[in-house]
Design a protein around this ligand. Structure first.
Ligand code: SF4
Ligand code: SF4
Ligand code: FES
Length: 662
């Protein structure tokens, strides 16, 4: 009942089915998927019981970092079932407390292979966006590289990101994360074929011995790797922060990354009714992805007085009828063993509970309340660390080449401070470049030029109004202060303060008037004119780069809000399909009715003649209509549907939902 068979963006290529045994009961799922996923797909969410209070445990992080998914597998206790693939005939048992080895040790398959000793010029730990780009940069400069990654598939968060990236076109703006992961892997594959790059996936970096310069890794819980690298780039990413509330350990409380892994990598839904905690970019994006996967998002609660993520992400989910409750938090999750509902309550400016508790029925609570960098290796390497709240917790101090106080270690990506995947990729490039220079693989002039270029791009991405916390955090994370390469705005920019509705993703009335095209031109223009609802200074430009007529003017700064020359707009709708924030619309006012050209990325797939419910910015149905045209201009599964509606609703309707049965 949790299996996703159809998805508007993804196709799940499943391997052959295997039979495995759960507490002696035969079950089936697809080979190579993690055990926890196979169990989930079979409706089993309880994986273990705690030692002292015998409380049931489900999985939480899905990336091998939290230990909540331990089970006994083929007689071996404490196996992380979220990153251990299921195999034919596997015996899986619920673990109680610390678990016990099987009495029949012939089942135990652990560590049967001899340890592997390796030497390498560059060791990259973590194969997410930063790690993959670090590998590419070092490889392109001629270094030999070894990559170890804990997951079953390379790509880190990219392999679960179905949304299109923001940023600039040279850094994959307008491309979905899943596609970026494929591109990066394709670029690495010739280096793997030539032997210049060795990849060990499903391999955990367990310990770094500084004196011996030895990194101990464990592959698939079966083989040890002893790696002696000349240089190390640590790009181990981050893990979800926990939120303190009663019942936060109930089965069905997941980290947002785990929910993404389950539904977007393996095609299994965590539940049907989800309460999202946190309205940062992750909370907003995962809510949208849950809707795409067929779940209901009953609400997003956010402690702060405004959404922390991009406003356009919030607007996307608001117009699909997801309430965002600001200054609210979860007080208690209720359920007998598994989540059945939650009590939420409003908080005042000091964080005290006020007003009435509200009950929300849900079977899943998804935590998107921030991430903490995974920094254990830096502590083991005796790196100088600093606690920076704005960057998510402890991070290693670094210089402008991202080298830490331990001269053998560099840092890149979320482990250097929580940001976006786009900045992580650039940091990976800087670290890769720097180790190449350190190994004498690149001449000083090329190095300098490239370094300046990467820093220039990073600085631009960090100049937006939502990045002010990152800027503040970064000021504490570098050894050098105020270097010429790291730039900050002369005067700090903060998110614009508007009314309460705006803060939760609904355009305020005064802004509606601002984004409307001039009426004299609009009434005459066959094909319509663009309306852009993107009021925040965020780093993004695909609307401009995809506009064939130059109607969306070049950005002086990539964080500018788009400016439009309406006289050049043909109403072609290319910007509608390209915008990662789904913030561009075209409205044709030249006929008797207004024709809206709206972005569409949901199921059911739209077809001409389909009946649609026309939704306003709050997700309320304000009209019904039929689709008259369906376009897919970029062949990337973002459709542009043309829907006629009465003219007086033209500046209200912002989404269409296909109704197939009513
Ligand atoms: S509708 Fe076409 S011409 Fe008009 S702004 Fe968008 S891309 Fe440019
Ligand atoms: S309107 Fe332009 S700047 Fe705004 S999110 Fe869309 S593509 Fe980016
Ligand atoms: S370690 Fe498996 S769910 Fe966290």
């Amino acid at each position: 009942m949790y299996i996703i068979n159809d998805h508007p963006i993804l196709q799940f290529s499943r391997d052959k089915k295997v039979t495995f045994y759960y507490n002696g009961r035969p079950l089936e799922w697809y080979e190579h998927d993690p055990i926890a996923v196979a169990l989930h797909a079979n409706g089993i969410k309880v994986l273990s019981y705690t030692k002292k209070y015998h409380r049931p445990r489900g999985f939480f992080c899905a990336i091998g970092k939290c230990s909540s998914c331990f089970m006994i597998v083929d007689g071996m206790p404490n196996v992380r079932t979220c990153i251990t693939p299921v195999r034919e005939g596997m015996q899986i048992q619920t673990q109680h407390g610390l678990g016990k080895f099987s009495e029949n040790l012939s089942h135990v398959t652990a560590r049967t292979e001899e340890p592997l000793n390796l030497q390498t010029e560059v060791l990259v730990v973590g194969g997410g966006p930063a790690g993959l780009c670090a590998c590419l940069e070092a490889l392109e400069s001629g270094c030999s590289v070894t990559l170890v990654d804990e997951s079953l598939q390379l790509g880190g968060q990219l392999i679960k990101q179905t949304h299109k990236f923001f940023g600039s076109s040279q850094d994959f703006a307008g491309v979905r994360g899943i596609e970026i992961a494929k591109i990066l892997q394709q670029r690495l594959s010739p280096h793997i074929d030539s032997g210049q790059l060795k990849v060990f996936s499903n391999t955990s970096a367990v310990a770094y011995y500084e004196k011996e310069n030895l990194l101990l890794c464990e592959q698939s819980e079966r083989r040890l790797l002893l790696i002696r690298p000349e240089t190390i780039i640590v790009s181990t990413g981050a893990m979800e922060k926990f939120v303190p509330f009663v019942g936060n350990d109930l089965v069905g409380v997941y980290g947002a990354g785990a929910v993404q892994t389950l539904m977007n990598v393996y095609g299994v839904l965590p539940g049907k009714k989800v309460l999202m905690v946190g309205a940062g970019n992750i909370g907003l994006i995962v809510s949208y992805q849950l809707l795409q996967a067929g779940a209901e998002v009953v609400a997003i609660v956010e402690l702060a007085p405004s959404v922390g993520g991009y406003w356009v992400h919030a607007a996307k989910v608001r117009r699909l009828n997801v309430p965002i409750l600001l200054k609210h938090t979860v007080k208690k999750v209720i359920g007998e063993g598994e989540v059945e509902g939650a009590l939420i309550q409003q908080v005042d400016d000091e964080g005290n509970f006020i007003g009435e508790e509200k009950y929300i029925g849900c079977d899943t609570v998804c935590l998107a309340a921030g991430l903490s960098p995974t920094v254990e290796l830096f502590w083991q390497a005796n790196c100088e660390m600093v606690y920076v709240n704005e960057l998510g917790g402890f991070v290693p101090k670094r210089d402008l080449t991202l080298r830490t106080s331990n001269p053998r270690l560099w840092v890149a990506g979320d482990v250097a401070g929580i940001e976006e995947a786009t900045t992580a990729m650039l940091e990976g490039r800087i670290a890769g470049l720097s180790v190449a220079r350190n190994l004498g693989k690149i001449d000083e002039e090329s190095y300098r030029k490239k370094l300046e270029n990467y820093w220039d791009r990073l600085n631009q991405l960090r100049m937006g109004e939502t990045a002010y916390r990152i800027r503040r955090g970064l000021k504490q994370a570098f050894f050098e202060q105020a270097s010429s390469l790291v730039r900050f705005p002369e005067e700090e920019i903060y998110p614009s303060q508007q009314d309460e509705e705006f803060q939760s993703g609904v355009l305020s009335q005064s802004m509606v008037n601002i984004v409307s095209p001039p009426m004299d031109l609009w009434k005459k223009k066959k094909g319509g004119l663009v309306v852009i609802e993107c009021p925040q200074k965020i780093p993004c430009d695909p609307c401009h780069t995809n506009c064939p007529t130059g109607a969306i003017l070049p950005f002086e700064n990539i964080n500018d809000v788009p400016k439009i020359d309406y006289s050049k707009c043909t109403g072609c709708g290319l910007c509608v399909a390209a915008c990662p924030g789904l913030a561009c619309f075209v409205i044709d006012m030249s006929g008797e009715q207004a024709i809206l050209k709206l972005p569409y990325e949901m199921l059911p797939r739209p077809a001409v003649g389909d009946r649609v419910s026309c939704l306003d910015r709050y997700g309320r149905e304000v009209a019904r209509s039929r689709i008259v045209v369906v376009q897919e201009p970029r062949k990337d599964k973002t459709y542009v549907v043309h829907v006629p509606i009465p003219k007086e609703l033209a500046m209200h309707v912002r989404a269409a939902k296909v109704i197939r049965d009513g």
